[in-house]
Design a protein around this ligand. Structure first.
Ligand code: SF4
Length: 182
């Protein structure tokens, strides 16, 4: 019986025989996670409007399996931070992040979330990575929906290729400890 190598659209390579396919469980879990993201939109200002356009019919984030938004951190696995984050808001953002269950990912959408943007002032956090780890940064002021979708595609790549044991690794724990997150 011969085996062929096949690939699902957007999926892992697998050896395929008559009536079965063989691949790695890690790759299948990665594919399932990447295509069923539950985003938590943490939108504070104008970038949030671009996100609304990204969710609406023309751009339709649902095409990427991420249409189920969550406004509860406990039922979300992708924190999308969009807008200016005041320093007073930093602890709130961190609390939302820590309430999310593992595995979880973070996108900083736009210049303000990524670096404080044009607001180089005493009251604005100069990037959310001062309080929580960030996986993908989306540039722009504001980033158009195309750029936000590009950020989603990048996070999907990360999710798909993440080793199952990453969250137990010393490297990941060190990262969290550097943010005083246990
Ligand atoms: S990056 Fe620009 S568009 Fe986005 S929240 Fe900041 S000022 Fe507004």
């Amino acid at each position: 019986m011969g085996l062929n190598i096949s690939k699902l659209p957007n999926g892992p390579e697998m050896y395929v025989g008559e009536g079965f396919g063989l691949t790695q469980i890690e790759k299948v879990i990665g594919m399932a996670r990447a295509n069923s993201i539950w985003p938590l939109p943490f939108a504070t200002s104008c970038c949030g409007i671009e996100f609304m356009a990204t969710m609406a019919s023309t751009y339709d984030l649902g095409r990427f399996g991420a249409e189920r938004l969550s406004f509860s951190p406990r039922q979300a696995d992708l924190l999308m931070v969009m807008g200016t984050i005041a320093k007073k808001m930093g602890p709130v953002l961190k609390q939302v992040y820590t309430q999310m269950a593992e595995p979880k990912w973070v996108i900083a959408v736009g210049a303000c979330a990524s670096s404080g943007g044009i607001f180089d002032t005493y009251s604005v956090l100069q990037g959310i990575d001062k309080v929580i780890p960030v996986d993908v940064y989306v540039p722009g002021c504001p980033p158009p929906p195309e750029a936000i979708l590009d950020g989603i595609l990048k996070i999907q790549e990360l999710i798909k290729n993440e080793p199952l044991r990453r969250r137990e690794s010393a490297e990941y724990n060190d990262l969290l400890h550097s943010y005083q997150i246990d």
